[in-house]
Every structure is written in C-alpha cells, then in structure tokens.
Design a protein around this ligand. Structure first.
Ligand SMILES: Cc1cc2nc3c(=O)[nH]c(=O)nc-3n(C[C@H](O)[C@H](O)[C@H](O)COP(=O)(O)OP(=O)(O)OC[C@H]3O[C@@H](n4cnc5c(N)ncnc54)[C@H](O)[C@@H]3O)c2cc1C
Length: 451
C-alpha cells in the first residue's frame, strides 16, 4: 500500500488572500498549478471499494480512475472519465460540498480526504483550455419533443441527456438566462457566471433551445405544453422561501436571501445597473447560519457592510464529526467558510422574538437564548428558553432560512399540469432543497426514464 497520503498532506484551504478577495467579486479560490494537483492526486489509494464513487458521489463519477490518470499526467484521459458521468463538472468542481471527499477512505482513517474537488476542477479547466469539450450532439433525431420547465442544474442536465438521445428539447425559464440558482443564487465569488454562459453556448450548439423570460403558468400554459410536446420535465426548483412571521415583519430593511444574492449577481454580470439590496455601511444581521447565510455574508462584506453577524435557532454543531454521522456518512459538524474568515460572526441557539424599528425601518431584532434537548438519534428535538432576551442592533436583516418543499400535487397544480406518465419532476422540485450535484444526477435519471 502506498504511503503517499502520509508524505503529502491534504490541502485544506485554497483561498486567495482575504485583503485581495473582499475587494472583488471573483471566485474566492486560488488556482492550483497542474503540478500541485498532480501531487495531490498521488494521495488517492485507488481503493478496491471506492466509497467516493459508489456511495459519495450522486453522479457516480469514477473518482479513482480520474485521480490515477491525473497522477500519470494524462489529463485527456482524466477528462474522458470525468465527462462520462458528469455533464457540468465546471460547476460542481467549484461549489459542490464534495460528498466524495466525506466518504474517502483516507478521511475515514483520519488522514484527510484526497482533494477530489480540486482535482476535478483542474481536469475540467484543462479540458476547456485545450479545446477538448464539444457540444454533445445526437447522432440522429428521434422525432420526439420534450419541454423542460426550469433551466437550473436539474433541467439543464435532463436537457443534455434527452438531446443527446435524439429528442428535440426546449427549456422554458422565467428568468432571462439559464442556470437557476447557479446564476441567481450562488454568489459570483463561488461560481463565475461566465462558466454558465460557456456551457449554455455549447448546449445551444448541440441543438437545445432556451426560451427565457417565459414563466409556465402566466406566459405559457401547461395545456399548451402537453399539446405540443411528447413529454414534460418539471425542474422548477423550490421557489418559496421560508419566512419568519414574528411581530415587526412588515418593517422595511428585512429581505429574503435571494433578493440580496440575485440582485448582486445581476449587477456583477451587467444584467442590472444597481443592486436591489445593499449592506453598504450597515450592521447586517443574517437569520440562518447555513450555506445560504454564509453566501449572504460574503456578499454584504463585498458591498461594504459595517459588520455582519448570523444567528441560528439550532444549536452550534460540534467541532468534530458527531457520533451519529460516522464515516462514510456526511459528517454533522461545524464547518468553516470563506465568509467566516472574512469577518462573519456566527451565533447559535437564539430564537427571534420580534423585529424592532423606527420610522418603518428595522433597527434591531429581539432574541432569546434557548437550550436544546436531543433525540436518541442525535437530532435536536425541542428547546426551552435559557435566559433573558436581548436586542441585536442592525440596519439590514437578511432571512436565509431555506426553502419550502412542495408536494408533487402542488408542483403540478401550480403549473396547470396533470399527474400522468409523460410528466416527470426532477431536482429540488421533486425532493426539496438540496445540492447542485443531486439536482444534476436527478435530471439525468429523469431523462433516462424518457429515453
Ligand atoms: C443561495 C444558495 C446557495 C447555494 N449554494 C450551493 C452550493 O454551494 N452547492 C450546492 O451544491 N448547492 C447549493 N445550493 C443548492 C442548489 O443551488 C440547488 O439545490 C439547485 O440549484 C437545485 O437545482 P434545480 O435545477 O432543481 O432548481 P433551481 O436551481 O432552483 O432552478 C429552477 C429553475 O426553474 C425556473 N422556474 C421556476 N418556476 C418556473 C416556471 N413556472 N416557469 C419557468 N421556469 C420556472 C427558475 O427560474 C429556475 O431557473 C444553494 C442554494 C441557494 C439558495
């Protein structure tokens, strides 16, 4: 057994210097050299039972094969293996939490996982730089027409697979450009939107049509689609954000995360002249301590916020992996983020009682500390008040508490579609809020049911 995983340590952080990155909206991650990545690939043990491939990655990327090809400097072969299962590795290699790494055997043995995401990123960037990425055109058309509702990762993945199989695919999206949350949710400092444009162009060259600014419901009816297409893939995500209905919610200066994030992304890419929401000069309070909260923090830091703090009702996760999520499961534990390094202060186990305001605008939030009890499976089950309330002063509140999952019946009814065999639902719309890699995998799976 090779001992390279001891000689070569896992690379934990690949961020650009803070002083540099907070002054721009470019990706926070630094670019590694081919030599650095090749060195990291040598840590992979090419396990007989590759959990990364079979259990971790929803796309079932052949991770050890890709790593081995990189180790031998055969970037073209690495690309062929990666692109066999993954239609958009340029996205996942930037924003995936890397379920593959969590299930890496080296992680399980305490040596730190192979840096699969960084390797994947170098492989796909090398492929584009060398002109190895081509439109995935069908050999011949099969005469079938499929409408895809929603151009997020699930819809795009379904479209690529259906088109490759010969179907004529039209994507309808209420936004002007495709990408869904990749474009109008995830900040530019995590994913450069030029990468979505590049992929969009390849998809158009392959024959996929995109109809932007077309909302199914008001602009095109479900019955129109049923009449004109052989099948419909519904991939319209989870558009309804969770709200916080406590006294004072009507005050101005309380916004949903996507108003902030979408507005900033649109400004960065020139789709809008100004942002809808700005944290400039303000003390910003984010309610919700998850990934979306971190994205909001990084955004207001770049806008010039005075301070930024997040609070969460849930208890602080443990520093080390919780015993209830042993390897190779995705570990429940406290995670760092680029925004924490940039100045976000996080607080847990605080319940929001009310918003306080002056002249109709929010000036603070009254919170109370809570104590959680845990169920036998380790999940927080109920809380009790654990101290006196206090006020957090702020000039902007961002709600980042996730999105509501809808039932299949509700999703279809909202689009005026019947529940029948040729109408399939994919991605977040089917499973509730999840991850880009899961949405892509589900889009592909959904498409294969129609081929
Ligand atoms: C702020 C934020 C950050 C995130 N960060 C990450 C991350 O770093 N890594 C990660 O893996 N996941 C992340 N996620 C989750 C990830 O973005 C989603 O799981 C994923 O985008 C779901 O893909 P989808 O295609 O199912 O839906 P979406 O991406 O939501 O796409 C749905 C599309 O449907 C369109 N649509 C909706 N209704 C209609 C209609 N009636 N007619 C036409 N079009 C319609 C929308 O405009 C949208 O383009 C994040 C989510 C958020 C909110």
């Amino acid at each position: 057994m090779s001992k390279t995983f001891i000689e070569i340590p896992r690379l934990e952080h690949v961020y650009r210097p803070i002083g540099e990155r907070v002054n721009d909206c470019s990706e926070v991650e630094a670019t590694l050299t081919a030599e650095e990545v090749q060195r990291l690939s040598r840590r992979c043990q090419n396990c007989g039972l590759p959990y990364c491939h079979a259990m971790g990655c929803p796309l079932q990327n052949a991770v050890p094969d890709m790593n081995r090809a990189v180790m031998h400097g055969d970037w073209r072969d690495a690309w062929e293996r990666l692109s066999e299962t993954s239609p958009f590795p340029e996205f996942t290699s930037r924003i995936c939490p890397a379920l593959c790494e969590a299930s890496c055997c080296l992680e399980g043995e305490g040596f730190g996982a192979t840096n699969v995401r960084q390797i994947e990123k170098k492989v796909v960037d090398t492929a584009f730089a060398n002109g190895w990425v081509f439109p995935r055109k069908p050999l011949q058309r099969n005469g079938r027409h499929v409408a895809v509702i929603g151009g997020g990762p699930a819809g795009l993945a379904a479209a690529v697979k259906l088109n490759e199989a010969g179907c004529k695919v039209v994507i309808y999206d209420r936004n002007e450009k495709p990408g869904g949350l990749l474009r109008y949710g995830i900040p530019c400092f995590k994913l450069d939107k030029a990468l979505i444009d590049r992929r969009w162009q390849l998809m158009e060259e392959a024959g996929i049509e995109f109809h932007g600014k077309t909302e199914v419901g008001p602009d095109v009816s479900g019955s129109f689609l049923l009449k004109h297409y052989d099948a419909i893939v519904v991939a319209n995500g989870t558009p309804v954000p969770r709200d916080l209905k406590v006294p004072g919610r009507e005050l101005s200066g309380i916004v949903q995360a996507l108003e902030l994030l979408g507005g900033q992304n649109r400004k960065n890419t020139g789709e809008a002249a100004e942002t809808v929401v700005s944290g400039f000069g303000k003390d910003v309070l984010i309610i919700g301590g998850g990934d979306t909260g971190n994205d909001c923090a990084g955004t207001v830091i770049r806008q010039g916020a005075n301070s930024v703090m997040s609070i969460d009702l849930m208890p602080k996760p443990p520093i080390e992996r919780d015993v209830h999520t042993p390897w190779p499961m995705w570990p429940y534990k406290l995670r760092g983020s680029s925004s924490v390094d940039e100045g976000l202060q996080r607080f847990w186990a605080l319940n929001t009682l009310r918003f306080i305001g002056e002249n109709g605008h929010v000036t603070g939030v009254e919170v109370v500390p809570v104590k959680w009890e845990f169920a036998p499976n380790g999940k927080p089950s109920k809380f009790t008040v654990a101290g006196p309330s206090r006020t957090i002063n702020c000039g902007l509140v961002v709600l980042a508490m996730g999105f509501l999952k809808r039932s299949r019946e509700d999703v279809l009814a909202s689009l005026g579609l019947p529940d029948q065999k040729n109408v399939l639902i994919a991605g977040d719309a089917a499973w509730g809020p999840s991850l880009v890699v899961r949405a892509i995998a589900d889009g592909l799976k959904c498409a294969s049911q129609l081929i």
